[in-house]
Design a protein. Structure first.
Length: 119
């Protein structure tokens, strides 16, 4: 029997996380409004931006303090470029749940899972 040499290379956490993803993420910065769903108070809505996005969720930087597990509504502001009935005036809000949260100075880094996948 021949002895085969196997190289044991350490795997980084990033590689492991990438392998476990259910959908490919795209690095894309999109401005959006984040609102806690249990609140109708305008002060609980803040302008944020995505860091990356997939059909199943997004990673967002937001000044609003949102707890893990909370429901949020994401609204992407779309300027009206035409009055044609063929072009929607606005996108439908996206319902999501906070699955991960990290404080970074005066901002929150939150991962959200969309309740209904995009697309």
């Amino acid at each position: 029997m021949s002895q085969e040499n196997f190289s044991h290379q350490p795997i980084s956490n990033t590689e492991i996380d990438e392998d476990r993803r259910r959908a490919k993420r795209m690095e894309l910065q999109i401005p959006l409004f984040v609102r806690r769903r249990e609140s109708r108070d305008d002060r609980s809505m803040e302008l944020a931006k995505t860091i990356d996005i997939s059909p199943l969720g997004a990673f967002i930087v937001c000044p609003l303090s949102i707890c893990l597990g909370h429901a949020v509504t994401l609204t992407i502001p779309v300027p009206s470029i035409t009055t044609s009935a063929l072009v929607p005036a606005a996108m439908q809000p996206i319902q999501a749940r906070v699955t991960r949260r990290q404080e970074n100075g005066d901002a929150q880094w939150i991962a959200v899972e969309f309740l209904t996948p995009l697309g």
